[in-house]
Design a protein around this ligand. Structure first.
Ligand code: SF4
Length: 126
């Protein structure tokens, strides 16, 4: 059975690398891949302009939030399940001061919302 992956972080990483390749070495990257060792598979990641702009938008949104002191506790199954601090964390879902959501991440599994905006039932919102 194939392991299931949360492609969001890996996709953003590849998309930022593709932007870095363009800016640093002047290469226009047309393809991006993730090689997963558990199943020895190579999976294509979208690195078109819109996908890369969305990845940058997510980072800009996160940095703005940090600079504004807007980084509430946002417990969610995806992040808390693998977190080293879950035994000592209240795992609450606090509201953001700024409700503006970041762009969706274009992953091999389609457009995905960042984990902080996922609700327990898989929908969006606070
Ligand atoms: S357990 Fe606490 S610190 Fe860890 S991801 Fe969840 S909310 Fe964040």
């Amino acid at each position: 059975m194939s392991p299931s992956y949360d492609w969001r972080d890996m996709s953003i990483q590849v998309q930022l690398y593709s932007q870095a390749a363009k800016e640093v070495i002047g290469k226009n990257v047309e393809t991006g891949y993730i090689h997963t060792l558990k199943d020895n598979r190579r999976t294509s990641v979208p690195v078109d302009t819109e996908s890369v702009d969305s990845a940058i938008g997510v980072i800009e949104w996160a940095v703005r939030g940090i600079l504004d002191g807007d980084f509430p506790m946002r417990a969610c199954p995806q992040n808390c399940g693998n977190c080293d601090f879950k035994a000592m964390c209240a795992q609450k879902r606090q509201a953001f001061k700024n409700e503006t959501q970041p762009p969706q991440i274009n992953t091999p599994a389609g457009l995905k919302t960042i984990a902080a905006f996922e609700s327990n039932d898989g929908g969006g919102g606070v």
